[in-house]
Design a protein around this ligand. Sequence first.
Ligand code: SAH
Length: 226
Amino acid sequence: MLVADKLNLNGIGMTSQRTRERLLGRLIDQGISSIEVLDVMRSTPRHIFLDEALAHRAYEDVALPIGHNQTISQPYIVARMTEAVLTSGPMESVLEIGTGCGYQTAIIAQLAKKIYSVERIKSLLNRAKKNLRMLRLRNIDFKHDDGSLGWKRKSPFDAIITTAAPKQIPSELLQQLNPVGGRLVIPVGGDDRQDLKLIRRDGDEYSESYLCSVRFVPLLVGQLLN
Ligand code: SAH
């Protein structure tokens, strides 16, 4: 049974199942083909991650503001990042940098055995925890910290997903990848141009592929906020 059905979070009006099916059609049109990813995108209510005033736009394929100058990621990009790591190897242990409102966390939590998520803004993290509890997702550990350092104690990770963009890939994240096929999906670049990259580790070798052009908020280093 779908998470949303169990919890009666299907919503009404603009957040109805029909509106959501339209979004699913868009994801398929844009090339998302993993059935597992599409199923989870279909069953996860996005409107609960937004302020009431924006909830009616939850199933548009756009990033939207969540306060603190941050955004909830565009559904297509969430699906693309998730598909990139899911279809390239195991998902026993996954690290997410940039919990935000917790939407991407919710998607990954349903596809991975365990997810660790780090956020530098405490009030966003608290809101994310509440949202994810509402969805009864319990395989998540959270940390209020600078995620550019990864989460060394819990490493290595089969996959690391970064939802904020550094100018350059932090070496700590590369080091915390599982040496046997660990993957990192990360937007890299500045305000003018960012590339979404998929890095794969095999021992001391790292291979990189380009996924698409993106626009994420910057990965800020060393400043924690309440
Ligand atoms: N994953 C979210 C998107 C969040 S936006 C979603 O599913 O919609 C990116 C988040 O990264 C913001 O909440 C921002 O505060 C956080 N962030 C930026 N720099 C960070 C850092 N160094 N460590 C941890 N989180 C960071």
